[in-house]
Ligand binder design. Structure first.
Ligand code: PRT
Ligand code: ZN
Length: 283
């Protein structure tokens, strides 16, 4: 049995449970217990505060965990980052009052900066050789300058609206963060085998999300160009159309290149382009 720690409630909870579900792992977590066992996979799930997850994984209470990279780095435990999961994206930034003149990181010299991320802020300021005072608080960091508790803040930002409504502007970014899968470094072989199975499934889900299945019709004299554009997993599937000189092509296309590829396909006389989401993809 492999033990995974995920957030009990908060910004990472839903996506973490959804990921396990997409991996075909069924949980009974309706009434928010502390832990639950999956019905159809050797996985025990612990629901914890995100701040505690690195310590629990380090101690081996949980074998693996899903946590923000920001928390992983702040807690600085000797555990391994296994996989970037692509949700819970945010950045750890320094912000100052809107009216303050700010040209470079040197303008932070001598300021009092409120944060819950004192470890990472300290490291950042040391790297930049800026001598500032770190004021560690446990929450509501964004109000600190407004109530005279600090001159600046260092906090997580996603849309930027919290900074905006508190009259602050973002001036430095310390880290780009997302949810990550972490593991204890000393898993026994039996648990490693289960982890490999889980990783295969996570990979299949994530790869599928990054790719689309594409079908199109094209004149045969353009097929060479189209094959170069859509190499697919091994090579594209090609079927003759009833109309002489035309073929149907089936392949996969990466989400990031999608619109570029579509534009080029039009130049190569492709018609009737159909794009379909992929549920799982094992390469
Ligand atoms: O109870 P527990 O301790 O488990 O939860 P928590 O309250 O400490 O964490 P939670 O649920 O707020 O966040 C969990 C993780 O989500 C964080 O560690 C990040 O990795 C990630 N994440 C992504 C964020 C945000 N986006 C985010 N915007 N965490 C916090 N925020 C906060 C930020 O602190 C600020 O107060 O949202 C506000 C800013 O948001 P914008 O959109 O106004 O910029
Ligand atoms: Zn927390």
């Amino acid at each position: 049995m492999l033990k995974i720690a995920i957030q009990k409630s908060g910004r990472l909870y839903e996506d973490s449970v959804k990921l396990l579900k997409e991996c075909g792992i069924e949980l009974n977590n309706g009434n928010k217990q502390l832990k639950t066992v999956a019905f159809n996979f050797p996985l025990e799930v612990y629901f914890l505060r995100d701040d505690d997850i690195p310590q629990y994984v380090y101690d081996g209470v949980a074998d693996i965990g899903i946590v923000g990279e920001n928390v992983l780095l702040e807690k600085n435990k000797d555990i391994e980052l296994l996989y970037r999961l692509g949700f819970g994206r945010c950045r750890l930034s320094i912000a100052v009052p809107k009216a303050m003149k700010y040209d470079s990181v040197n303008d932070l010299k001598g300021l009092k900066i409120a944060t819950t991320y004192s470890g990472m802020l300290q490291q950042y300021l040391a790297e930049k050789k800026v001598d500032a005072e770190i004021h560690e608080i446990s929450g509501s960091v964004e109000i600190a300058p407004g109530i005279g508790l600090a001159d600046a803040i260092c906090d997580l930002v996603s849309s930027g609206s919290t900074l905006f409504t508190n009259g602050l502007k973002e001036v430095e970014t310390i880290l780009q963060s997302e949810a990550v899968l972490v593991t204890n470094k000393k898993l026994p072989e039996e648990k490693k085998t289960i982890l490999q199975k889980l990783l295969l499934r996570i990979n299949a889900v994530k790869t599928a999300k990054n790719n689309k299945y594409i079908l199109l019709n094209a004149p045969n004299h353009q097929l060479g160009n189209i094959f170069k554009l859509l190499p697919g997993m091994k090579s594209p599937t090609v079927v003759n159309l009833a109309e002489e000189g035309w073929s149907s092509v089936q392949s996969v296309v990466n989400e990031n290149d999608f619109w570029d590829v579509i534009e080029k396909l039009k130049q190569f006389e492709a018609e009737g382009i159909i794009v379909i989401p992929i549920e799982k993809m094992i390469v």
